[in-house]
Design a protein around this ligand. Sequence first.
Ligand code: FES
Ligand SMILES: [Fe+2]
Length: 459
Amino acid sequence: MRNEKWREETGLRAAEKARLPSDFIDVEHGLVDRKIFTDEAIYKDELKRIFGRAWNFMCHESQLPEVGSFFMNYIGEDQVIAVRDREGVIQVLINTCPHRGNTVCRAEQGKTRSFMCAYHGWNFDLNGDLIGVPGLDEFYRGGLKREDWGISKAAKVQSYKGFVFATFDPQSPDLDDYLGWVGKLGLDLMGTDRELVAVPGVQKNRIRCNWKLAVDNLFDWYHPKISHASAIRSGFFDEKLLYPADQMVMLGEYGHAVSGPKITMAEEEALAALSDSERKAVFDSLPGQSWRFTESAAETLGPVGIKSRGHPNIFPNLWVSTGGTQLCLRVPRGPAVTELWWFTFVDKNAPEEQKRKVVRMATHFFGPAGLLEQDDGENWNHSTRTCRETMTSRRRPLNFAMGKGQDMVEVDPSGQSRVETVINEHAQLWLYRSWAEWMEAEDWPALIANHAAEPRGRI
Ligand code: FES
Ligand SMILES: [Fe+2]
């Protein structure tokens, strides 16, 4: 009896081992296997195949204003330091000393002249070069070449309009090609024609959930009316704001997407009927939003993008949120733990009162003290837990089929494509489909050759 059970179990494990990532995602029926939210081996593979290859958001250039300014972040679970070196170039150093592996920096953000390891005192310049070794002559006696023992760095560091990204993979395409028009539109929805500056401090909190559930939720306009019912009843949020029926979805290569409400024809007409000053007053009443109604924003976002009030995700885990005032990284810290890092941005030239409103809104919406993410985190935690519980629940895939096969992708003469529809799960399914492509590709050339093109026609 015992042996039979053992055979059954090991047999099952062997069968599961042989499965490919695409076997976990049934794109045709909109089904996702629960195993991808809990399995340790899959998670370790994600660190290599997704985070190890992708362009990962590091920080905003305004967070590195001077030589020696640094900001600590992660690529997967590898802690990295984005730092402005003596030439003014942004370097991304891996926070580990080549001597015995200790970290060379413990502060989350700051300014320094060098990084001195607190174990034996090796000292590194801002570009990672080893510039000081206690006892170099006395103990190493010519046996250590300093030039061979600098800090390891990311393979490439590039910025898009002030947003700094880094990748560990030297074969990755340039950031611009990686982002494509959907990724760039996603970042432009921060209002990149303004002089954006990051507000000091990043709100961080930890939720016991798989990082992908936190990412797919950012496209989810189905849940607010239920999950956030108490926030709506408090009077702080308008139900219409959290549950808009008119939706627009844009799907880009490599998994980027923008999904959420669109400005409706009726809203457009009502706005057009206002005088310039009345229109400005409407948008000034929404903190940090008036940039959207400038000519340069219309030009930058394009005829389709300008109508979006949706949520972009820069694959894998950067949410461009809240109408150009916040970004949130969903940082993986194990298969069942995710850290949320909330960055808040203001227009450097906005009146002080406007800036204060943006910061107030940022603390009330999301983050550890926000009205919304308390509810969300609870749900993601329970979803993650049940995905690993019994064999019975695990064998039942999750349903991402809302709208599947019922909508059309339309292409604007500008080249921007979108689906205009009601609440749906197209972007969520696109996320998991892209996840499988990343996980299955052996390297960047394979991913470039085999990833899905932007969809056309029925979706
Ligand atoms: S571990 Fe850094 S100097 Fe020894
Ligand atoms: Fe939510």
